[in-house]
Design a protein around this ligand. Structure first.
Ligand code: HEC
Length: 94
């Protein structure tokens, strides 16, 4: 019974991506893995770039504007993406 419930819960999260806070963080995670993990590490704890666990959407927006190594992200990452990534980075703190 427990197993069936788990399966339904996962299907619900996948099926309604974009309609819940949890799915929002999942989108941020995907964006992070695609655009940021190479420099900031798989878990945002740092690599070429610093540890950015807990950073906000504004921190992300400022960094894209100001950090020379991140200039390539300008025009790729939208305001909504910055918000999703910020939510994801803050979710890593808990
Ligand atoms: C090409 C490598 C690279 C990529 C890709 C990259 N960053 Fe960075 N990032 C850096 C470096 C290097 C710094 C540090 C710059 C400095 O301290 O002057 C930095 C700094 C930051 C900071 C500021 C950290 C602080 O301590 O103030 C944030 C926030 C950040 N990055 C977020 C992101 C996010 C989110 C992405 C993906 C959308 C991303 N970065 C992609 C290299 C990268």
């Amino acid at each position: 019974m427990k197993k069936i419930f788990g399966f339904v819960a996962i299907a619900a999260v996948l099926g309604f991506a974009g309609f819940s806070v949890q799915a929002h963080a999942a989108t941020g995670k995907t964006l992070y893995q695609t655009s940021c993990a190479a420099c900031h590490g798989a878990n945002a704890t740092g690599g070429v770039g610093p540890n950015i666990v807990g950073r906000s959407a504004k921190n992300v927006a400022d960094a894209i504007k100001d950090v020379p190594m991140m200039a390539g992200l300008k025009g790729t990452i939208t305001n909504a993406d910055e918000k999703a990534i910020g939510d994801y980075l803050q979710s890593l703190k808990k």
